[in-house]
Design a protein around this ligand. Structure first.
Ligand code: ZN
Length: 300
């Protein structure tokens, strides 16, 4: 199980989040069969979304959507208050050669485009309010810098964001993944901010210390150096989608009697593919007959 923590430093003027997302990214890569570059891009977005959503309240939902002009086309990730995150890339095969120092060239497959953050509340219980949507142009395409730019520009929160995915050539492909987000709220001490920036610039790669067994709390210790902090909350995390056979049946039912009848007669069934988790739902003739039966009962 992965772990997500959030905490505070300097009497609440600095907000901290950290997560080990190795299992989440492993599951995402397995489900979407992404190329190494697309895996790094998706893993970073899933991790950043989880960190940004660390203080979501019940019935909240946070979506990060990247509209990319590069080969990857787009990246979407969605986090809920229970530490679950799901996501996908439009083109899982998008790939670029690694840069000279062996790093994934994520910006080469992302290119220019837009970075959106959508905050919704009450959706699951039918109390859908107008979502809050913030957007900024993509400034780097390396993802962490884009999260930081979004926070500084759209939410006026100067932040340090570190996101990492470490891959190997054979299964399970993902050796380590995780991230740290440090948000400087109004009133944060300038001297302390400089100290943290300095510590981060000298810190080792996140993924190499996660691979050696570092916990999210250890990541914060490394990022903050001598600055003390308190952990407020800790939760288990997972790549988990809310699709199900039941939802697939509801979706097919909503198409109406005529449509369901033609699926039954022409295709002898229906297949639904969840974009978020790549799960297939196959409805056979008996399922479709059952749907038709209940649609008729609703009419009576
Ligand atoms: Zn799904």
């Amino acid at each position: 199980m992965g772990k997500l923590i959030h905490g505070i430093a300097e009497e609440g003027t600095i907000r901290l989040m950290a997560a080990d997302t190795t299992e989440i990214v492993t599951e995402a890569v397995r489900r979407h069969a992404t190329s190494p570059t697309a895996s790094a891009a998706l893993g970073r977005v899933l991790t950043g979304t989880l960190l940004l959503g660390s203080s979501l309240k019940a019935f909240d939902r946070l979506t990060v959507k990247i509209e990319a002009e590069g080969d990857i086309g787009g990246i979407v990730a969605e986090a809920d208050p229970n530490g679950n995150v799901r996501g996908y890339v439009r083109n899982p095969a998008a790939h670029a050669p690694a840069s000279a120092d062996g790093k994934f060239d994520v910006s080469a497959v992302v290119g220019k485009g837009m970075f959106y953050v959508i905050r919704e509340s009450g959706f699951e219980i039918g109390l859908h309010r107008e979502p809050y949507v913030g957007s900024v142009p993509i400034v780097s395409g390396e993802i962490a810098e884009d999260f930081a730019y979004y926070l500084a520009t759209s939410e006026q929160i100067p932040s340090a964001v570190l996101l990492g995915v470490l891959l190997q050539n054979s299964e399970p492909f993902v050796t380590a993944a995780g991230g740290v987000m440090i948000q400087m709220l109004p009133g944060a001490n300038e001297h302390v901010i400089t100290m943290i920036e300095d510590t981060i610039s000298r810190a080792p790669h996140l993924t190499s210390i996660i691979r050696e067994g570092a916990t999210p709390e250890d990541l914060l210790k490394i990022a903050l150096g001598e600055v003390g902090f308190d952990v407020l909350e800790e939760k288990e995390t997972a790549f988990r989608c809310n699709c199900s056979m039941e939802r697939a049946i509801r979706l097919i039912s909503s198409l109406g009697e005529d449509e369901v009848r033609s699926m039954l007669e022409e295709d002898k069934g229906a297949t639904l593919d969840c974009g978020f988790c790549n799960e297939y739902y196959r409805l056979g003739e008996t399922d479709l007959e059952g749907i038709l039966e209940s649609l008729k009962q609703e009419e009576d």
